[in-house]
Design a protein around this ligand. Structure first.
Ligand code: MLC
Ligand code: AMP
Length: 497
């Protein structure tokens, strides 16, 4: 029986392309596909030496680096489960994710080694090792001494490959259990749909702790043997400098608005480009229009979720309609029950296995006939084209990162001087939506800057409201529910440029 481990597929591609460049970064580092295979084997041997066995979770919160890519590959190769965490998460946030996932190993930044070791001691976690932004650190040192041969662990397609946490509108954050088959089917479909070939060169500037940069970008590049130009973070000028050597880019809408803000970005800069892809947040039709006027390229928008990978995409050859997210991927089915617009439901080999140790939550998010409920309010036209018109979930997407108002409101409400609070997203020229809090005072309320500083102690920076407004009372409807739509209208101009 063939090995269902996603890495086994990568391994065949790496072997067949061993001498070709796989990743090049601006600092001159260059790895061939053969180097990737050897590096992944060394890291996998290091993981095994640290006690990691098939099915064990490995928690990873490190700065983006090529070493981080090798670690991701190694976790797959060793048959373990990759749990990536946003580098912006505070220690308080990380503690929950680690406690819930129960990993065998934590890989963190050296700056957090002591804190994570203390957390590990409290939770009985065997090993805590580190990798820094340059790809150095105790794990890198250990991997360098290891054998570069390692037998890829056999997995069934239904075994877990990743555990990615997503917050919900209520309750605790949930770990989405992603299988090898979920990842393989989605990546294979996208390679075909977007016509990715070894002749492509992908600009990779997304973080690799979320689905977009990790699974959409890396997995498609690996399966298609497309080389990548590597950036540890997004910088519009650096992207422009590299673009004449590239053919393909994947980004969140903020990447595209930031590129457009560069006067040096012209048709000539994009002369070798074949395809620009956007997702994770709504791309304004205005941005789409401005981009085609400037470069002659129609950005291809697609739509997905952590729990499902990619669900829909505009087509490569047909129209790429601004404001719509295209058609269900081959093999994937979507529906809206009852009247349109309505909540989109999805079924297919891309849909995750359920929430980690939360059977109740899993049941709530699936219909009785097995469709996953996305919480995105959509229309589907007669041709099957999907347009997202709103969200049934109280969610803000800022620069491609999800912010759940409930989480921020709970922290705000616990601050002395705050009566009650409502957190909303309003138009932001850079991040698409910007987070704003509206609060009432109960006694002495600290000044805005102090409240923001207090929140930053426990919440990741991107979640912290950029503005806090004080009101006498929050607007409520007849049922006593806070009218967030009214607040969004009131504060719509907060970030108007
Ligand atoms: C950074 N900041 C943000 C922010 N990113 N605030 C709100 N929203 C964000 N997204 C904060 C910083 O901490 C800083 O605070 C200030 O804002 C300005 O920072 P910056 O230097 O301008 O930001 P930068 O580092 O350039 O980051 C912006 C960004 C980044 C857009 C490049 O956020 C990013 O890479 N986003 C991509 C997210 C992503 O990959 N999403 C995919 C999810 S997967 P201060 O106070 O220190 O100045 C998914 C499924 C799917 O959704 O369909 O793909
Ligand atoms: P996440 O939980 O981080 O995976 O975020 C998934 C959510 O991002 C989806 O449910 C959508 O609300 C949103 N999303 C992803 N892609 C798009 C898109 N192209 N347009 C609008 N929203 C999107």
């Amino acid at each position: 029986m063939s090995n269902g481990n996603l890495y086994a597929r990568f391994e065949r591609v790496f072997a067949a392309n061993a001498g070709r460049a796989a990743i090049r970064s601006a600092d001159g580092t260059s790895l061939s596909f053969g180097d990737l295979a050897h590096g992944a084997a060394r890291y996998a041997n290091a993981l095994n030496a640290l006690g990691v066995e098939p099915g064990d979770r490995v928690t990873v919160q490190v700065e983006k680096s090529i070493a981080n890519v090798l670690l991701y590959l190694a976790v797959l190769k060793a048959g373990a489960v990759y749990q990536p965490l946003n580098t912006a998460y505070t220690t308080a946030e990380v503690s929950y994710f680690v406690e819930d996932a129960g990993p065998k190993l934590i890989v963190c930044d050296p700056a957090r080694q002591a804190e994570m070791r203390a957390l590990g001691d409290r939770l009985g976690i065997f090993a805590v090792v580190n990798i820094d932004a340059e790809g150095q650190g105790s794990l890198a040192t250990m991997a360098a001494t290891m054998d570069d041969r390692h037998e890829t662990v056999a997995r069934t397609e239904d075994d877990l490959a990743g555990l990615l946490y997503t917050s919900g509108t209520t309750g605790r954050s949930k770990g989405a259990m992603i299988t090898h088959a979920n990842l393989a089917s989605n990546a294979e479909t996208l390679v075909e749909l977007w016509r990715i070939t070894p002749g492509d060169t992908l600009l990779h500037a997304l973080p690799i702790f979320h689905v977009h940069g990790l699974y959409v970008a890396l997995n498609t590049a690996f399966l298609s043997a497309a080389p990548m130009l590597w950036f540890n973070r997004f910088d519009a000028k650096a992207m422009l400098a590299a673009m004449p050597e590239a053919t393909l880019m994947m980004g969140v809408p903020t990447f595209y608005t930031r590129l457009l803000a560069e006067p040096g970005f012209t048709k000539d800069t994009a002369r070798s480009m074949r395809l620009f892809i956007s997702g994770s947040a709504p791309l304004l039709a205005e941005t789409h229009g401005e981009f085609s006027a400037r470069t002659g390229h129609a950005i291809l928008e697609r739509y997905g979720m952590t729990e499902t990978g990619m669900i829909t995409s505009n087509t490569h050859d047909g129209d790429r309609m601004p404001g719509t997210v295209g058609f269900a991927l081959p093999d994937v089915s979507v529906r809206v029950r009852g009247e349109q617009p309505g909540v989109l439901e999805v079924k297919g080999p891309n849909v995750f296995k359920g929430y980690w140790r939360m059977p109740e939550k899993t049941r709530e998010d699936f219909t009785t006939d097995g469709w996953f409920i996305t919480g995105d309010v959509c229309t589907i036209d007669a041709q099957g084209r999907v347009t997202i018109v709103g969200r049934a979930k109280d969610l803000i997407i800022s620069g491609g990162f999800n912010v759940y108002p409930k989480e921020i409101e709970e922290v705000l409400d616990a601050l002395p001087g705050v009566g009650e609070s409502a957190v909303i997203g309003v138009p932001h020229p850079d991040f698409g939506e910007g987070v704003v809090a509206v609060v009432t005072a109960k006694g002495e309320l600290a000044p805005e800057a102090e409240i923001i500083a207090a929140l930053s102690g426990s919440l990741a920076k991107f979640k912290v409201p950029k503005r806090i407004f004080t009101v006498d009372e929050l607007p409520r409807n007849a049922m006593g529910k806070v009218q967030k739509a009214e607040l969004r209208r009131r504060y719509a101009e907060t970030f108007a440029s």
